[in-house]
Design a protein around this ligand. Structure first.
Ligand code: FHN
Length: 443
C-alpha cells in the first residue's frame, strides 16, 4: 500500500513539474497573449478606507484619493484600525462584481489584496490585521471571487502594496505613528534600508507568497511604486527576490513595472494618464470613473460613459490596455453611477467588441473625428464626433481595401477610392450614439 502511495505521489509530482516547466518555458509573447487579447480590465479598490467613505471624525480626506485618508489626515494606527469593527459587508456578492465586469466586456479583475494602509483583504496567516481576523464579517472575499471568476472566465489578479505600508513599523510612508527622524528624505516616504528590511522579510514576502499559493492561478501580480526605486527604501535585491518567487510559484503570472524593476512585464502609466502617441511595448492606464479609487461619498465627479469609452478606444488605438476602477462601498455594493456606466460600455462592447479585443494601433495619424484600431486584416474607424460633411477620409490606398461595412450590421458603406486615400460616405445617422465603428477589410 505504502509503495503504491509513493508511486502515486511520484506521478503527481512529475505531472506537477511538467506543468511548471511548461509555464516556465513560455515566451514573453505567450505570457502576454491573454492580456493583449483582453485590453479591458476591472480594478477594485476595497478596504478599511471604504468604511470611512472619504471622511474621518468629521474631517474630509485632505486629498482626492479616499484610500489615502489615513495618511492625508494623519490618523494613527490605533484609531484607524477601529474601522475594522465596522466592516460588515452584508451586500457583498462576488458573483455580482464579476458579472458586472463581464457585462462591461472586461476580461480580468485586479483587486486590492493589501493597500498602503497595510490591512490584508484576505485571510492572512502572517498577521491578524486582515479581513477575516479583525472584522465582524470574518470572511475571505478572495475565495468567493476566485470561484466567481472561474465560473465566468475572468482572470483573477491581485494588487499588493509592497512599498508603502503604514501599519508595519518598517514599511515606508508612515511618519505620523513612527519616528523617522533618522531617515533620509525620499519621495512619499523617508528612506531607511535597515528599518525596511524586517517589513520586507516578515510581512511583504510572506504575504505575497500566500497570495500566490492560496488562490490558484493568477493573471497579474500588480504592484504599486509610482516613483523611482532610488527614492524609496526598496532595494534591487529585494525586487529580484520578489520576482524570482513569482516566477517560481506562478511562472505564467505577469508583473507590472510599478514593482520598480526592469524585469517586470509591462508598463503602467501614471494614474489616469494617456500617451499622446502609439507605444509599441505593452502598457496600460489605470483609471478612475470619478476622481478617487476607494469609495468616497464626497466625490461626484463622474466621467461620462462617452468619455470613458473614448479613453478605452484611445488606449487600444495606441497599443495599450485600460484598467478601469470601481470603489465598492463598505457594505459591498457598487455605486450606482459606476454600474450604470459599465453597463453602457458593455452594451457597446457587445456589438463592437471585435474592434477592441486583440486589437491594437493602426499606424495611421489620429483622425479628428475619433480613433483607429486594427486587428489582422481589419481596420476599424471609430467615429465619435460625427462630421457635418457626412464623410470621413481614411489614409489607406483605395486599392488596398476589399470592403467597407458598418461593424454592427455589416451593411456596406459607400466609399470612393482616391489615389492614396478613401473617402467614405457615412450613413445619415450614427449607428451608435457613443461610437459608430466602420470596418475596412484590407486585402
Ligand atoms: O497611491 C496609490 C493609489 O491609492 C491607487 O492605488 C493608485 C492606482 O494606480 N496607485 C497609487 C498612486 O499611483
Amino acid at each position: 500500500m505504502k509503495r503504491i502511495l509513493s508511486m502515486l505521489m511520484m506521478v503527481v509530482m512529475v505531472a506537477g513539474v511538467g506543468l511548471d516547466s511548461k509555464a516556465a518555458e513560455m515566451s514573453q509573447d505567450e505570457k502576454m497573449a491573454w492580456w493583449r487579447e483582453a485590453r479591458f480590465g476591472m480594478f477594485i479598490h476595497w478596504g478599511l478606507y471604504s468604511v470611512a467613505e472619504g471622511e474621518f471624525e468629521g474631517q474630509k480626506c485632505r486629498g482626492k484619493y479616499a484610500e489615502w485618508i489615513m495618511s492625508k489626515n494623519k490618523i494613527p494606527n490605533a484609531k484607524y484600525e477601529k474601522l475594522a469593527d465596522q466592516f460588515n459587508p452584508t451586500k457583498f456578492d462576488a458573483e455580482s462584481w464579476v458579472t458586472l465586469a463581464k457585462e462591461a466586456g472586461m476580461k480580468y479583475i485586479v483587486i486590492t489584496a493589501k493597500h498602503h494602509d497595510g490591512f490584508a483583504m484576505y485571510d492572512s496567516k502572517v498577521s491578524d490585521y486582515d479581513v477575516v481576523d479583525s472584522t465582524p464579517w470574518g470572511r475571505d472575499p478572495m475565495v468567493d471571487l476566485r470561484k466567481a471568476c472561474d465560473k465566468h472566465g475572468i482572470k483573477l489578479c491581485f494588487y499588493y502594496s509592497h512599498w508603502q505600508d503604514w501599519r508595519h513599523p518598517g514599511g515606508d510612508g508612515n511618519d505620523w505613528d513612527f519616528d523617522r527622524s533618522q531617515d533620509k528624505k525620499g519621495s512619499y516616504c523617508t528612506i531607511n534600508y535597515e528599518r525596511f528590511a524586517p517589513y520586507w522579510r516578515e510581512k511583504c514576502i510572506p504575504q505575497v507568497r500566500e497570495l500566490l499559493t492560496k488562490y490558484g492561478e493568477l493573471g497579474i501580480m500588480w504592484f504599486d511604486m509610482w516613483t523611482s526605486r532610488q527614492k524609496t527604501s526598496v532595494t534591487e535585491e529585494q525586487l529580484d527576490e520578489m520576482i524570482d518567487m513569482i516566477h517560481d510559484l506562478q511562472p505564467q503570472c505577469i508583473i507590472n513595472k510599478r514593482i520598480g524593476s526592469g524585469r517586470a512585464d509591462y508598463l503602467t502609466m501614471q494614474d489616469n494618464r494617456y500617451p499622446s502617441k502609439i507605444m509599441k511595448d505593452d502598457w496600460e492606464t489605470p483609471a478612475t470613473i470619478n476622481d478617487t479609487w476607494g469609495y468616497s461619498k464626497h466625490d461626484d465627479n463622474w466621467k461620462s460613459t462617452r468619455e470613458l469609452l473614448g479613453l478605452l478606444v484611445g488606449n487600444v488605438s495606441k497599443g495599450g490596455n485600460y484598467l478601469l476602477n470601481i470603489g465598492p462601498k463598505a457594505d459591498g455594493s457598487v455605486p450606482e453611477e459606476s454600474v450604470l456606466r459599465l453597463r453602457e460600455i458593455g452594451r457597446w462592447m457587445k456589438a463592437n467588441g471585435e474592434s477592441i479585443y486583440g486589437a491594437s494601433y493602426a499606424d495611421l495619424e489620429k483622425p479628428e473625428w475619433g480613433h483607429y484600431t486594427k486587428r489582422d486584416r481589419n481596420l476599424y474607424a471609430h467615429v465619435f464626433d460625427w462630421p457635418e460633411s457626412g464623410k470621413i477620409e481614411v489614409d489607406v490606398p483605395g486599392n488596398d481595401v476589399e470592403s467597407v461595412q458598418l461593424l454592427t450590421s455589416r451593411a456596406s458603406v459607400k466609399f470612393k477610392r482616391g489615389g492614396k486615400s478613401l473617402v467614405v460616405d457615412l450613413p445619415a445617422e450614427p449607428a451608435d450614439e457613443l461610437d459608430t465603428v466602420i470596418r475596412f477589410v484590407l486585402k
